[in-house]
Design a binder for this molecule. Structure first.
Ligand SMILES: [Zn+2]
Length: 538
């Protein structure tokens, strides 16, 4: 059989991409673990070089020709072609426009990083304001801090709107209606399906959310001694996190070595994470990124995680989460070509990480993780997981519906749209006088990580479907047996990017992705009912 010209192209092209992206990941790792300005420069430069590899319009034309070629039949070759087509397509925007967008994004990032609103005559950082919302009991002080956290909106709104205009212009130059539609299409997500699915999840979990909200409101009214609660009663500026104090749950990990507990957790599934931990950077240090992530440096098995472990249940969850990403990356079929040694979307790898993280709150797994002594806390941990799932799902509904409208009709009254969605989804009433406050513009992701938020909730939904499947296939409700590990490796990890993410979902669970599993797990009322309320995302 003769070699197709596309194969020849791959033989030359892939080693270039593989080398550059390895260098890029190495520079990123140094930057995130040290904060070195040299590493930042190098990363910026390598970023641009990698992008340049996918820029050439003649190559793109050639790829399109091969895409029409009936002789190209091999599924792995066709999938690689599809991956390349989507990567090249988003780089076919005019160079001037790409540069303009990059400049505006950099400017937005600078404004975001440097702005400090005044609080009681002093300049306050985002962390200062979050501290107030976490700890302060004086309601008027809380209100002031919340208002200060929204100051930045007025400054960012015109910059974000300018970016929306440019992003839409770029999307239209590629034949899309707007940027939201383009982003979803390039990620193989159907826009109508997405909004319909999220609306369905919102509708069917509305009553369960109301119940949880009642519990929260009662506790907060008691805590602050007031009847009327504002959004400043919550412990974060967007009401996206569980405001009920769960620091008592940290007692669960008292005296527990989080790395050891995580290692033995994965060991019970027959998976060795020791080599990953050895390459990882686990503890706090000045200059280091304060969050957590996992990276596969070379697609050859050099997988590392970055963490800042402290003795809290949150960090047990986080370490389990990042190692979930790690075992996924290590589980690809080693026969797969380089281009397909990645998840087809962040949804499935998030799903794996999320199920692993949830085990930190699951009675059955917790016993294995921290011992059985702390029985009374185990039930509380389970309920706090449900509360967090419901709260966060509402926030994703707001973000996704807002973004779809923001790009569809950027000239509408966005302040009104924002508070309408917050009131409908989160059921948090707008304080007076927010009509011209640009509260929507305060959320970092809207400007700098656009059309991304929905993946978190789809990841949670897929996580619940996988959980259901595990119960059926392996008779296990928790990730505690080698059988479960084997199933995940073979079904979820092994295919890599051999197929689109929605086909992978069906490959693992036997059916397309819906909210049903998630609703069964978190969407029922305390009486065990699932109640449907009318609920429409605009
Ligand atoms: Zn993750």
């Amino acid at each position: 059989m003769s070699v197709h010209p596309f194969q020849k192209f791959l033989q030359e092209f892939v080693p270039l991409v593989a080398r550059k992206s390895k260098q890029l990941n190495q520079a990123m790792w140094i930057l995130e673990t040290t904060g070195s300005p040299d590493a930042a420069d190098l990363k910026g430069q390598l970023d641009a070089e990698v992008r340049l590899l996918f820029n050439d319009s003649k190559t793109y034309e050639q790829l399109l020709t091969w895409d029409r070629d009936k002789k190209l039949k091999d599924p792995l070759l066709k999938r690689q072609l599809n991956v390349l087509l989507r990567a090249f397509k988003q780089n076919q925007i005019s160079k001037e426009l790409v540069e303009e967008i990059a400049q505006k994004e950099a400017q937005l990032a600078r404004t975001y990083a440097s702005f400090r609103p005044a609080l009681d005559g002093k300049k306050a950082s985002e962390n200062d304001l979050r501290e107030v919302l976490k700890k302060e009991t004086d309601v008027s002080k809380r209100k002031k801090a919340w208002e200060a956290s929204k100051e930045i909106g007025k400054l960012l709104a015109p910059q974000i709107l300018e970016l929306v205009r440019l992003r839409n212009k770029a999307a239209r130059s590629l034949g899309y209606e707007d940027y939201f539609q383009m982003q979803l299409d390039l990620q193989e997500v159907d826009a109508d399906w997405l909004l319909k699915t999220l609306n369905d999840v919102g509708k069917k979990s509305d009553e369960a959310y109301k119940e949880v909200l009642k519990e929260i409101n009662t506790a907060l009214q008691k805590k602050f001694g007031v009847k009327e609660l504002g959004p400043w009663a919550w412990s974060d500026p967007f009401c996206q996190e569980d405001p009920l104090d769960s620091s008592e749950l940290d007692q669960l990990v008292d005296g527990v070595d989080i790395e050891k507990a995580s290692t033995s957790f994965y060991h019970r599934m027959g998976i060795d994470v020791e080599p990953v931990l050895q390459r990882s950077d686990m503890h706090e240090r000045p200059g280091k990124n304060q969050h957590a992530f996992c990276v596969h440096i070379d697609r050859e098995g050099d997988v590392r995680t970055l963490n800042n472990v402290k003795p809290s249940i949150k960090w047990l969850e986080t370490v389990l989460h990042e190692l979930g990403h790690a075992i996924y990356e290590l589980g690809f079929d080693s026969e797969l070509p380089w281009l397909l040694r990645e998840p087809p979307h962040m949804i499935p790898t998030e799903a794996m990480a999320l199920i692993a993280g949830r085990q930190a709150y699951r009675q059955e797994a917790l016993k294995g993780l921290v011992g059985t002594k702390k029985e009374p806390f185990l039930k509380k941990a389970d309920h706090s997981l449900k509360r967090r799932q419901l709260i966060f799902s509402r926030w994703v509904l707001v973000m996704t519906a807002f973004e779809s409208e923001l790009y569809r009709k950027p000239k509408q009254d966005l302040n009104k749209l924002w508070w309408n969605l917050v009131e409908k989804c989160q059921k948090i009433t707008s304080p007076k006088g927010r009509e011209k406050a640009f509260d929507w513009a305060c959320k970092y992701h809207l400007g700098l990580a656009p059309v991304y938020y929905f993946s978190y909730l789809l990841g949670e939904m897929f996580a619940s479907s996988i959980q259901e499947t595990l119960e059926k296939e392996c008779g296990a409700t928790a990730l505690t047996s080698p059988k479960v590990g084997k199933f995940l490796r073979e079904k979820l990890f092994r295919p890599g990017n051999r197929m689109p993410w929605n086909e992978l979902v069906a490959h693992v669970t036997g059916k397309p992705l819906t909210g049903e599993g998630w609703l069964k797990e978190f969407g029922k009322t305390e009486a065990g009912l699932s109640v449907e309320n009318s609920f429409f995302l605009e």
